[in-house]
Design a protein around this ligand. Structure first.
Ligand code: BV8
Length: 228
């Protein structure tokens, strides 16, 4: 990739689809008849904690049955070999990027394998089910919740993301519908700062018009072709 030094990669549910994890807005994107917007809010947690915890327990349990696909593996190779700056920003809460070997990455919407204390903000690794009212081993409050950024909550590490977007030469978006902000606006920020922009997606997204180039197809084919 000529004249490219610093890269930001944004990934969404589409990169994990071929590993067998459901996307949000494709066929079968509902869960127990609920839209993600209905179970992924502080109001839903206050209204029906059992439903919200069940939603994330089910998705956490599903991680044991899936493995990274060729797209995750290709990004891990890029992470290993790329001499310039690289930041993989994933909207996904699965652990497939890490399991493929990616290191220079962050989860802007949280992680399934983590629990957050709503009372003291402490985080701890969590892999089993997380019943509502589980006590925090730090402050003792019965306030552990899924470590997930709900709608209306501030995504994690936005300062880090904004700095990377302001200094990257190339912004690549993989497997996301461009339906949710602020992630959907990252392409505009990158363009504003002069970066080249590339979208790799199964179908045109809501933000396709902002990308210098869009390649359509499955991530397991497009991402290795781009990386290698
Ligand atoms: C915030 C939790 C402010 C984890 C998620 C109007 C304008 C701007 C903003 C808003 C607005 N109205 C409301 C908002 C705010 C809101 C928002 O954007 N709402 C939307 C609905 C309009 N955003 C927020 O609330 C965010 N916070 O703004 O905070 C703030 C400021 C100060 C102080 C406090 C707060 C927080 C958003 C985070 C919500 N949490 N997830 C989880 O449960 O997983 S969002 C969830 O949906 C995902 O995390 C992901 O980010 C998002 C989008 O999903 P995608 O990953 O794109 O998946 P999707 O199914 O949609 O698409 C899959 C794509 O893959 C498709 O394009 C498909 O074609 C493609 N694909 C499929 N298969 C393949 C493939 N591609 C390649 N290969 C394949 N094989």
């Amino acid at each position: 990739m000529k004249d490219i030094t610093n890269i930001v990669v944004l990934t969404g549910a589409g990169i994990s689809a071929e590993s067998g994890l459901a996307t949000f807005r494709g066929p079968g994107g509902l869960w127990e008849g609920h839209r993600v917007e209905d179970v992924c809010t502080p109001e839903a947690l206050a209204r029906d904690a059992a439903l919200v915890h069940r939603f994330y327990d089910a998705r956490r349990a599903a991680l044991g049955g899936v493995v990274p696909n060729a797209a995750h593996d290709a990004l891990a190779r890029l992470d290993r070999d790329w001499p310039g700056e690289l930041l993989i920003v994933t909207q996904n809460v699965d652990d497939l990027h890490e399991r493929a070997g990616a290191r220079r990455m962050l989860h802007m919407h949280g992680e399934l394998n983590s629990a957050l204390c709503a009372a003291c903000d402490a985080r701890r690794p969590w892999t089993g089910s997380l019943p509502p009212g589980t006590s925090c081993d730090g402050c003792g409050a019965p306030a552990l919740r899924p470590d997930i950024v709900f709608f209306g909550e501030m995504p994690y590490q936005m300062d880090t993301i904004d700095r990377a977007l302001a200094t990257c030469d190339l912004f690549v978006s993989i497997g996301t519908s461009g339906a949710v902000y602020p992630a959907a606006g990252f392409v505009q920020t990158a363009r504003y700062h002069g970066a080249a922009t590339l979208e790799l997606n199964l179908e045109p997204s809501a933000g396709s018009g902002w990308f210098g180039e869009t390649r359509l197809g499955p991530a397991s084919e497009l991402v290795p072709a781009w990386v290698d």
